[in-house]
Design a protein. Sequence first.
Length: 152
Amino acid sequence: MADFADLYQEVILDHYRRPRGAAILDYIPESKVHENPACGDSIKVEIVAGPDRTVREVRFEVEGCTISTASASLMTDLVSGKTTEEVRFLAHRFIEVMRGEADPQQLERWGELACLKGVIRYPVRVKCATLAWHALLDSLPGEEDRSEEETR
């Protein structure tokens, strides 16, 4: 039971119960909805960027589990105020860390996002944690033509 206590830390539950950046995004086309067919989670992400390519706001609409919702909420906190290039880097790096392709200690430098480190031990849940980040990449300017293979 201790593993589940680690996974569902208070920070994760707080972001699930009170997700930052949550909104109704009915106007986003179905082609931009990202889904995890293994569990049924789905998410839409919208980025509001200024002319200087600084992310002013990230909004999302999610129907998903605790991990996918909390990850999306944590993501909005982390990337707001950063340039689209910085956001792209962070998203790719986060996905690499969650897949076990990069050092998980990197999450410690990203504030509350470190609470998702325990998810790495549960491969089935990694897709839940990275779903919002794939949608974020797809929503960044210049990312419209990314192939599905790149965002797996």
